[in-house]
Write a protein of this length. Sequence first.
Length: 445
Amino acid sequence: MIAALIAIFVVGYIFIAGEHLLSVNKASISIIMCGLLWAIYSLCTHDMLISEEMVEALGDTCEIVVFLIGAMTIVELIDRYGGFRFIVDNIKASNKRGLMWMLSFIAFFLSAILDNMTTTIIMVMMLRKLLSDQKERWLFACVIVLSANAGGAWSPIGDITTIMLWMKNCVTSVDLIINLLLPSIVSVIVPVIFASTMIKPEPVVAVVDPGYRTGYDMYVNNRNVSLLILVCGVAGLLFVPVFKALTHLAPYIGILFSLGVLWVLTEIVVKKYRLDGKMDGRISGIIHHIDLDTIIFFLGILMSVAALGQAGILSSLASWLNITFHNPYIINGIIGILSSIVDNVPLVAACMDMYPVVDQTVVEASLDPVYTSYFLQDGLFWHLLTFCAGVGGSLLIIGSAAGVVAMGIEKIPFGWYLKKISLMALSGYLAGMAFIWVETFFLDF
């Protein structure tokens, strides 16, 4: 059974990677793969609890999917009302190389406040207002993905995996920021240096938006309304981590609450400014324009990975790594590379099951106290795991939620990313790990 599951996943992965060559939508492949994996698991195990296990896996997956739908709808709303034009008009870069550096650091710090997926949606949508050349947008979008993933690694609310580790008391917020901020910055600077050489230092000319999607340019006709939607939309996104911190509820509840408030607001705006017939300014109309292909692909790939996790493949892998290497840098380095192939959430969850947080008493009683100390709260293992699982997802475009979103919005080919971006991402990944090593053994962080 295990061999069959792995074989199906690998074949499905190849088909996803060759989407543009085969002219087969990756979303269709992901849901076929999902169905086959769960079917084989059920037929081979005769597990009477398979329905409950699938419901649990679907629940975890749908939390992310619902969050994605809410975030994409809010961003589409801001774009429909011309809100991003305020930001675009105030971005001052002397040339495209300067623009790349500016956008990468905006994405880096914004993802620490929001999350890497929401940040990528916002930033990639903004690119359409700044660059007309598709290949240039692909490169800029990939840099944004690298920056957003790195930015999410050093913040306790910047990524799903950091939230998991933070909530399980593997790391604390202050120590996480102190230990991972600089390595995360390094992991962005190194690849952006390479990426900037691929862009000519030409002046930035903003793209003229003819308003063809709406037939009515709100930014031109009523900037106050555009600004209102921009402020309220961004506030709604920023509200999500605050809501989670206060209520300890899942982020998708917060995004749905924000979406509901914006829904009411836009209904009032449409009636007050008589926008019916001018533009499709209601949420009920805007939601039809979000990228459902990306959402279905995301659902299929996460459920496929959940099947591998349910079969015990991921836990077995974590156990093998521990026995074979017994070194936090090698183990986490491999986990980071694997997180670019499969979702980092089940990998981190498997690691938390395999390596529980220890206290000082356990360290002192251990036969290998130095190695065991890595698993103390805020120990080296947990900081490396946080960094590697987050930044390692950038090695392939389908290795992170941010990458999947960018791939869906800009239709970035898997092979193009592998050829142009993966080595740059790897250089930043290794540089960040090297910086953590220097911090640990020379700077005594």
